[in-house]
Write a protein that binds this ligand. Sequence first.
Ligand SMILES: [Zn+2]
Length: 473
Amino acid sequence: MARLTVWATALAVVLSVAGARLAGAQGPAVDWKKQEAELLKHHRALIQIDSSSPPGNETRAADYLKKVFEAEGIPVQTFALKPARANLVARLKGNGSKRPLLLMAHTDVVGVQKEKWPVDPFGAVLKDGYIWGRGSRDDKDKLASNLMVMLLAKRSGTRLDRDLIFLAESGEEADPEGVGIAYMVNQHFADIDAEFALTEGGGALIENNRVTAVTIQTSEKVPRRFRLVATGTSGHGSVPRLDNPLTHLSAAVAKVGSFTMPMRLTETTRVYFEKLASISTPDKAARYRALLASPSADVQSYLAANEPEHNSMLRTSVVPTLLKAGVGPNVIPSQAEATFDVRALPDEDIPQFFAQMTRVVGDPAVKVEPITTNLRPVSAPSKLDSEMYRALEHASAALYPGAVVMPAMSTGATDMAQLRAKGIQAYGIGPASTQADTINYGAHSDVERLLESSLYRLAEFTWRATMEVAASK
Ligand SMILES: [Zn+2]
């Protein structure tokens, strides 16, 4: 099994490189050195627009983009449910022989604690080879890189088989009013409808100064929630009662909290663990391969204890997060409740899952109540055998030779859920970074920064993949 996997990976690399050469023939050649100054200028300008959400004020970023596009003769449209939180769409027309490609990035950023920053968080300071600033990697790098791809496609006069749609969306980080992706999908879907989409959610790993792995987000877990509600008779704390809801709820929380849904691999996670095994230390690789062949209880409990993220990728997770009960130390309350956060595998049968929870609780005094808020829709994984996924593999082979390309399933939810729910094959990409940088200076960190060289390679990566699927042959 191990041997076969290595062999298959080696073959995949050979095929990818061959494909990349072919792909190089598509679209005009670009002198990337010459694009760096302009790309950096846009990236920095976008960081310097403080679009912390809330309140977002994304319209200021949309205004900047509008000016840039219009100066190039690319028409734009803005769509705003709230005037200060506009989305922007620009489109380059293709000949219509294929359905569009959507290049999406969000314009808002999370807030900052200024005192934690060694530099101005909205200064886009250049220091030590990095661009420092809130949004430098979440998500103004994709925003600037997508912008550059549009500008280059227009300037080069490239003939396109499909429209290129640029979407700068608001409200990705905080959107209680539904001004961002929900608004675009529900009210203006015709303006962004596409076969494929590229947006945030993936990345590339730098080890010893070279990129060793590229992750493409193809799938994500489905967030769901429920409450356990225990009811009984209220009364005086001096008189014990058998139907005390706290006692019943505690027992139920303990049962559900320690219950483990069975492990199940999806197409994405199967390939992910295969590829991960090919670049892991021998002991780790042995465990990942065991997951693919015969996952023992030992391997699974090892991951649960030591690699919780991987454990979550294997199954629908059920986690208690809130407890609400009691009015005073001498009062037996009539009700007690606990909230659970569920992250379901994309193909989980949700009604059956809730029925199972009722069986696990096994107590008629405790009811399972699904919580229906505006959670993200169920979204089927994007395909690994699509033209877009192959183009991303080719771009990776050309730009990061020898790197393993891994499809990934996010345990958290992204705006791709809404796109996938509408049938768009969406793929998450991202810039290259060391693991230390991702941990200490990544998205939502106290301090955020991006390697300057990674911004340039992200744009080239996006360009190559875009041209391969969109440029006329
Ligand atoms: Zn983001």
